[in-house]
Design a protein around this ligand. Structure first.
Ligand SMILES: [Zn+2]
Length: 167
């Protein structure tokens, strides 16, 4: 499925604010980003814990789309150690609070796609999605036109979410 993006405002944020990290073929894009010598801001990391981080999705399905993941390269839930288990879910809960405060959405999708068959874009590195939702948001558009509308650029999302997290 090809998704055309109607609104390309995010491209300028991508160029100006985000580390340009090209994974070598076969390398995990998340690990490439974590290993790059850049500030967390340029990784779009809004919060860093001891074992896990919360970061903006570089290719958001909608405003405020966050990813929470262990920094360690593991694919499955059953590979999480005790510390990662606790912190991963704590960060998911914290992130949902932050998104509620920053965006006031009507609802939220929270979950993980495990394996390519389940829709994971990066199946080798476990990550959970949090996506704020509004009544009547872009589902309709996606369904009829395979087009996603991005109402907000990444720099704005980052400022909003990192600010709310710090409060
Ligand atoms: Zn990885």
């Amino acid at each position: 499925m090809t998704l055309e993006r109607i609104w390309a405002g995010w491209r300028s944020a991508y160029v100006s604010g985000v580390a340009q990290v090209e994974p070598v073929p076969g390398e995990c894009p998340f690990c490439a980003l974590f290993n790059a010598d850049v500030p967390d801001r340029e990784r779009l990391v809004v919060h860093r814990g001891d074992t896990c981080v919360a970061m903006l999705n570089l290719y958001p399905y909608g405003s405020g789309h966050l990813l929470v993941m262990p920094t360690r390269h593991i694919a499955g839930l059953d590979e999480l150690n005790d510390e990662e288990r606790g912190e991963l879910f704590n960060l998911v809960v914290d992130a949902s609070r932050v998104l509620q405060k920053a965006y006031g959405p009507d609802g939220m999708n929270v979950g993980a796609n495990l394996g390519r068959a389940a829709g994971a874009g990066v199946p080798g590195h476990l990550h959970m999605h949090l996506l704020p939702r509004w009544s009547g948001d872009s589902n309709f558009m996606t369904a009829i036109a395979e087009t996603r509308v991005l109402p907000e650029d990444l720099a704005t999302s980052y400022a909003k979410i990192a600010g709310a997290w710090a409060q």
